[in-house]
Design a protein around this ligand. Structure first.
Ligand SMILES: Cc1cc2nc3c(=O)[nH]c(=O)nc-3n(C[C@H](O)[C@H](O)[C@H](O)COP(=O)(O)OP(=O)(O)OC[C@H]3O[C@@H](n4cnc5c(N)ncnc54)[C@H](O)[C@@H]3O)c2cc1C
Length: 462
């Protein structure tokens, strides 16, 4: 295998992947997901990606696309063996046209680099998933990543105008292009977005950009209880406001991360709303005043950080600080209808308490997107098992409340099979048929994003 792959991409770009290799892991490592890649290939061009897929397809070898490896669901990990195809060498920006508000990076360009190039040209790439230095634009498209600003600006897919992608058995094609509208066929580009490497390998992405807003103002609103916090989110919408961010942290999360907050967390705070409004300076000021007028009657305190960057650094660090609290955590990314958010959060606490674990939650409240978390000591297997059991109960609750088991982190390996509880049987069949059309041999990232899977347990890979 190595010598044949070496002929395609050069021997120095075919790596071994012994146990413990970073290529056998992503951010699901702490949950026991480990790959067993037979080789890691680093193609240097879209054409080489096509050749690698052609070789894999003709030799019945699984191919697992890999971006920055920041995914939380084990999606980029070769749990069933095969070749990991890392896009890290596809780092060219093929086009940047500020006057036309567009950029055409290859799949391996980091999310932060795209954001930076946009900003340097007075523009904005709105999606802002939390691991932007390491994640790649191809990985963002493959997971349809979100982030705080998805509330106003939508998730990554909303900004994809076209895709260059390698489809089975190894053909490079373009879907979409630089056109604003296109109903000439079924929307194959949208099918590829969020497909987590199970339908094809993305090699380059045509992205639309936006003029950067003149001003953005952040406001943190502290409330006493979860119920008041969720009601405040609903009030913002009812008042016809459109903040760019409406993130939340519940009381337990606040307690853990309060120390690093760039300001003071008031005693008795049981919920915090991180709001951001943007537009022209005048528009942002007007929206800020509107939010203050609307929310001050219930608020315990409001804080307008003078340093927005410090606020966002703190917000980005929540995941790590919560993990450090007990050395480990199991977080489930779920979505609830806004009007059921409080019920979902209460349910999480009730379920976790019953399993003897402490829970906390934060996320993108305006989207109903919750990172529902239980804290664990990773050295205690029984706690990890209880945490996974909490997740299973939580998924059932979320589905019963009309929500979704996956908001922005994807399905990957860890959430395989859950879709069959959420979707009608016929829709699940159609989902599986789509997969077979794109990947008749089942070699593209096998085991991932499966709608049905008879045994969800054990989570940890054998
Ligand atoms: C600290 C932290 C914070 C995060 N915050 C957010 C957040 O706010 N919002 C959010 O949505 N996510 C968040 N994530 C999750 C993750 O960063 C995103 O899902 C990101 O989009 C993954 O990109 P990646 O390049 O690391 O992909 P990987 O982890 O490498 O891969 C993810 C999936 O995409 C597939 N894939 C990768 N590249 C390609 C390609 N070129 N073609 C086809 N398939 C491909 C892989 O096979 C895998 O299934 C966070 C993760 C961390 C660790």
């Amino acid at each position: 295998m190595h010598s044949e792959l070496s002929r395609l991409v050069g021997a120095e770009h075919v790596l071994e992947a012994p146990a413990g290799s970073p290529y056998n892991h992503d951010a699901a490592r702490r949950r026991g997901v480990e790959g067993r890649a037979e080789a890691v290939v680093l193609p240097g061009s879209a054409g080489e990606v096509a050749e690698v897929m052609r070789w894999c397809y003709s030799h019945d070898v699984p191919i697992v696309p890999r971006g920055g490896g920041t995914g939380m669901m084990g999606g980029a990990v070769a749990v069933q063996g095969g070749v990991v195809c890392s896009l890290e060498r596809l780092r060219a920006v093929r086009e940047l046209e500020p006057a036309l508000w567009r950029i055409f990076p290859e799949a391996g360009v980091s999310t932060r680099h795209v954001q930076r190039l946009a900003r340097e040209n007075g523009l904005m790439f709105a999606p802002d998933p939390g691991a932007a230095e390491q994640s790649q634009i191809g990985g963002n498209v493959a997971t349809n990543a979100g982030g705080p600003h998805a509330l106003k600006y939508g998730v990554t897919g909303a900004w994809v105008s076209g895709l260059e992608v390698v489809v089975a058995p190894g053909e490079l094609i373009e879907l979409g292009g630089w056109i604003g509208k296109d109903v000439a066929g079924y929307d194959l580009k949208r099918l590829m977005i969020g497909s987590e490497g199970t339908l094809g390998v993305i090699t380059a992405v045509r992205l639309r950009l936006l003029p950067a807003p003149e001003a953005a103002i952040a406001l943190v609103v502290f409330l006493r209880t979860r119920a008041e916090g969720c009601a405040a989110i609903a009030e913002v919408f009812a008042a016809g406001m459109q903040p760019s961010v409406l993130d939340f942290l519940d009381g337990d999360t606040l307690e853990i991360v309060a120390g690093g907050y760039p300001g003071e967390v008031p005693a008795g705070a049981g919920f915090a709303l991180i709001c951001e409004v943007d537009g022209t300076r005048a528009e942002a000021e007007t929206q800020r005043e509107g939010l203050v007028d609307l929310l001050s009657p219930e608020a315990l305190a409001m804080h307008e950080p003078s340093e927005t960057d410090a606020l966002w650094r703190w917000r980005d660090g929540v995941n790590g600080v919560v993990t450090a609290e007990r050395g480990g955590k199991v977080s489930e990314d779920v979505v609830l209808p806004i009007e059921r958010l409080a019920e979902g959060l209460e349910g999480l606490e009730e379920i976790a308490t019953r399993h003897g674990l402490r829970s906390c939650a934060w996320g993108h409240g305006g989207d109903g997107n919750v990172h529902a978390t239980v804290l664990v000591d990773p050295a205690r297997e029984e706690e990890l098992d209880e945490a996974e059991a909490v997740g299973e109960e939580l998924f059932a609750l979320v589905i019963a409340l009309g929500g979704s088991v996956a908001g922005e982190h994807g399905v990957g390996w860890l959430k395989r099979g859950l879709l069959s509880s959420q979707w009608p049987a016929r829709a699940v069949e159609l989902h599986e048929q789509v997969k077979r059309v794109f990947d008749p041999k089942g070699l593209l990232n096998p085991g991932k994003k499966l709608a049905r899977y008879p045994a969800r347990s054990p989570v940890r890979t054998p």
